[in-house]
Design a protein around this ligand. Structure first.
Ligand code: AMP
Length: 545
């Protein structure tokens, strides 16, 4: 028997309709790519979202079409989130830090019909445009005055497109399971893989994110997503601010400590989220300048493990509460947040800190368990550790058009295997102890150890190479290259680094090269990364001190 409740679909457009109607004067403030601070309201934003929806339909965008963005955290990007999904198309926010080959792969794989881009990314797209046969046109996110000379074909000016359209629209009706947006993750080896979100999953994830046991966001908050809008939709913060009608402050392309501080201070931000590297730069600036945080009440930090020293500095020196959070692209992304339960909240600070080091607490909405190597569930005793498996309405059920990856990362009964290895306790506290993925996370961005190793063994003096992530105070992790020299070869560190220079991105280059007689191997002949990490556990990178 079905319940007799309305089947009212959970559609993203409802969030902004609500914000414009009931919080119409709440502000969205952005540092624009052109320079000045831009300021308008949810009512203004929704008028423009409707114009943009019309513009997309005039371009011929239809239900299910993919429309890509290459953009920083700004108001035009915000408008695209809502307009693209509003017309039933799929907003595909692309991480511009990926390599050219990865970008070409994902644009072609997603079959993006149009690309909207900030001025900053014109040269990037010009360089790869000839490899994108399916892209029908490019829209530069600026006004006529700032339109650049470009070799991009079929170029439009964003503001001109909007100006030609009315600010009323009849949004198409569709099922809540309709795809709304997508993101590719490069967090594992091989080609990037697509997570395809739906209106329903986005709506439910947003309700989770604003919830008191996650980020605890209400209308009085002033939100600052330092997490990029191209990285899992800035962890859902633009949707969360819209759902509750809270002021939203967007940092544009400026993530240095001084620029971030300026906005936090001037706009009286109460809650900011981002990766540890951003907060490291901010804390450094604040310390040097002798400043404080008169308005900031909390930070949500995740993407990489939050060092305890950062939590202590925020909380003890500046009275800013830290919510350690964990998640991934495949999970929309938030899975856990270190919000205290009643028992932990009552503990002395020192004991509570132990829980803040953990990645967070399982909250209703994300089911979680840990699995041993045999696939059997391990006890929730805070001691046993195994791969984290998750299930829930904002977790992918498969990758977009990628059967192989979908097969290998799900259990037979539909749990998603995260690749993170963790302990879980009886109260749902999860602590990551390792990653079964061999990738390195530097400043919130992935470096593939396999790609680096493959490039390194191309050097004639290198017989075998392994790359592991080593702790780094600023970037969280940086690559260390461990090399077994070829017989009689005389490969030197600088020589190998120079050799890698034109094979990988500059920021991928290892911070150090160490020579060993042999590398540990697993039974199947693979390099035993766990054993290697253990071997180098007391090693410190020269760049880390
Ligand atoms: P991404 O899909 O790029 O957002 O990366 C997700 C991965 O980042 C997770 O599977 C973890 O390996 C890592 N990660 C995210 N948050 C944390 C955290 N709080 N502590 C440690 N690792 C994290």
């Amino acid at each position: 028997m079905h319940g007799l409740m309305m089947d009212d679909p959970l559609i993203i457009t409802r969030m902004i309709e609500h914000a414009a109607r009931y919080h119409g004067s709440a502000e969205i403030v952005s540092r624009s790519v052109e320079g000045p601070i831009h300021r308008y309201t949810y009512a203004d934003a929704y008028g423009r979202v409707k114009q943009l929806g019309n513009a997309l339909q005039s371009l011929g965008v239809q239900l299910g079409d993919r429309v890509a963005t290459f953009a920083w955290n700004g108001y035009r990007h915000y408008e695209l989130y809502f307009a693209i999904s509003g017309v039933g198309a799929v907003c595909h926010a692309i991480n511009p830090r990926l390599f050219a080959e990865q970008l070409i792969y994902i644009i072609n794989h997603a079959e993006d019909r149009f690309i909207f881009l900030d001025l900053t990314f014109v040269p990037l797209l010009e360089a790869i445009k000839d490899h994108l046969p399916k892209v029908e046109g490019y829209v530069i996110m600026t006004d006529a005055e700032h339109m650049p000379e470009t070799t991009l074909p079929n170029v439009h000016c964003y503001e001109d497109l909007l100006a030609a359209e009315p600010d009323q629209i009849e949004w198409p009706e569709f099922d809540e399971r309709t795809a709304s947006s997508m993101c590719y993750t490069s967090g594992t080896t091989g080609n990037p893989k697509g997570a395809l979100y739906s209106h329903r999953s986005t709506y439910l994830h947003t309700m989770f994110v604003v919830g008191a046991d996650v980020f605890n966001i209400n209308n009085a908050a002033v939100l600052f997503p330092a997490a990029p809008m191209f990285h899992v939709y800035a962890w859902g913060i633009p949707y969360a601010s819209t759902m509750v009608g809270a002021k939203l402050v967007l940092p544009g392309a400026a993530y240095d400590g001084a620029s971030v501080y300026e906005l936090l201070d001037q706009e009286k931000v109460t809650m900011a989220v981002g990766v540890p590297t951003i907060w490291m730069m901010l804390l450094d600036h604040v310390k040097k300048e002798g400043k404080s945080f008169p308005h900031l009440e909390a930070t949500g930090i995740g993407g990489s493990a939050v060092p305890l020293s950062m939590t202590e500095t925020f909380e003890d020196d500046y009275d800013v509460r830290v919510y350690h959070a964990w998640g991934m692209t495949e999970m929309s992304p938030v899975g856990t947040t270190a919000q205290f339960n009643a028992r932990v909240a009552g503990l002395p600070t020192e004991e509570r800190r132990g829980f803040q080091k953990m990645q967070g607490r399982t909250v209703c909405g994300v089911q979680m368990k840990i699995l041993g190597e045999d696939g059997q569930e391990l006890p929730r005793d805070g001691v046993a550790f195994g791969e984290v498996a998750v299930r829930g309405p904002w977790i992918i059920s498969s990758y977009y058009d990628n059967e192989d990856a979908s097969k290998s990362q799900f259990t037979e009964d539909g749990w998603f295997l995260t690749g993170d290895v963790a302990t879980l306790d009886a109260e749902g506290h999860m602590q990551i102890v390792d990653r079964s993925k061999d990738v390195i996370k530097s400043g919130g961005e992935w470096i593939s150890s396999i790609d680096l190793e493959n490039a390194a063994v191309g050097h004639p003096g290198v017989m075998e190479a392994a790359v592991i992530g080593m702790p780094h105070p600023k970037w969280d992790e940086r690559p260390l290259l461990v090399v077994v020299k070829a017989d009689g070869a005389d490969a030197a560190k600088d020589d190998i680094i120079t050799f890698l220079g034109d094979k990988v991105a500059k920021w991928w280059l290892p911070d150090d090269v160490v020579f060993v007689d042999e590398l540990p191997h697993t039974a199947t002949g693979k390099i035993a990364k766990l054993a290697l990490r253990e071997q180098f556990k007391d090693y410190t990178l020269p760049t880390a001190s």
